[in-house]
Ligand binder design. Structure first.
Ligand code: SAM
Length: 293
């Protein structure tokens, strides 16, 4: 890959830019900028960015990853909340005509409308080194709204990535795993140590790609009910499914009903939520609906 100019994969150039603009990092915006060339390349590769791709980057910072994306993609739109970064982005991205910078809080952005206007409604790829304080709302918002997104390749806290990819019976398996896997296929593409960022974050990171499914991975009559049941099952992990689901007022399931449904499903009465697959939760939820709550 030929190097973008000014080349921000080199920490020396990042420091120079930060000093030139006397930039002050804002902790509240989760600002940890990438300073490692191999990680930048891994992200672009994991996202599979090619010359036909329209990419939305969340939180470009000083434009380090943006340069790489712009080099490979047809067009890149970046959404950055911190106005202090805009003059810097104008400078670092001046060599790229295929980048649009928007000052916006990603949680307030109408992504569907943006994709309608700028990419004729065709699904886009989302790529980001995410601000960790809002990782889950950003990802779940995109998934639950069914925004026109083909894949999300994002750097997030390592533990969160592992929870997203976890399967039944593991310690990391929980409501986040099930919510993500209902909409997408997760794949952890790389682990990234703290020294690849400036300033160094307190936690380890991972790059995860979520490939969105054309249809949710299981069929269920009422997905909101299913997720209420899933949340209740994992609220108290050590309790049995029947106890945790029947103790949660939001499920409307009695202990007797839970016991009867588990029996019908051929599952042991003392089974815990962590043992059930997404398909089994869907079936459990549908049987609750058939029982009339
Ligand atoms: N992409 C850059 C990089 O890899 O070096 C910066 C990543 S840094 C972890 C997160 C970026 O997201 C920061 O630039 C921060 O200002 C921005 N950000 C934080 N909250 C945001 C929000 N709600 N909407 C858009 N950008 C946000």
């Amino acid at each position: 890959m030929s190097r973008p100019v000014p080349y921000l994969g080199d920490p020396k150039n990042t420091i120079e830019i930060l000093q030139k603009y006397q930039f002050v990092f804002r902790k509240k915006y989760g600002q940890n900028f990438l300073i490692d060339e191999s990680v930048l390349e891994k992200i672009v590769r994991a996202a599979g960015i090619g010359p036909d791709d329209f990419v939305i980057e969340i939180g470009p910072g000083i434009g380090t990853l943006t340069q790489y994306l712009a080099y490979h993609a047809r067009h890149v739109v970046v959404a950055e909340i911190d106005g202090a970064l805009l003059p810097i982005l104008e400078d670092t991205l001046s060599g790229y005509e295929n980048v649009t910078v928007i000052r916006e809080d990603i949680l307030k952005m109408d992504i569907r409308q943006l994709v309608e206007e700028m990419n004729d409604g065709r699904p886009v790829k989302v790529v980001a080194n995410l601000p960790y304080y809002i990782t889950t709302p950003i990802i779940m918002g995109l998934l639950e709204r069914h925004d026109p997104v083909e894949s999300m390749t994002v750097m997030i806290q390592k533990e969160v990535a592992e929870r997203m990819q976890a399967g039944p019976g593991t310690k990391d398996y929980g409501s986040l795993s099930l919510a993500v896997q209902y909409y997408a296929e997760p794949y952890i593409a790389a682990y990234v140590p703290q020294n690849c960022f400036m300033p160094r974050p307190k936690v380890g990171s991972a790059v995860i790609r979520l490939s969105l499914l054309a249809e949710p991975s299981v069929k269920v009559s009422d997905e909101k009910r299913m997720f209420r049941i899933i949340r209740a099952s994992f609220n108290q992990r050590r309790k049995t499914l029947q106890n945790s689901v029947s103790h949660s007022p939001e499920t409307g399931v009695t202990k007797e009903m839970a016991a009867q449904i588990l029996e019908e499903m051929g599952l042991p009465a003392a089974v815990r939520g962590e043992a059930l697959t997404l398909a089994q939760f869907a079936r459990f939820s549908d049987l609750v609906a058939e029982n009339g709550t």
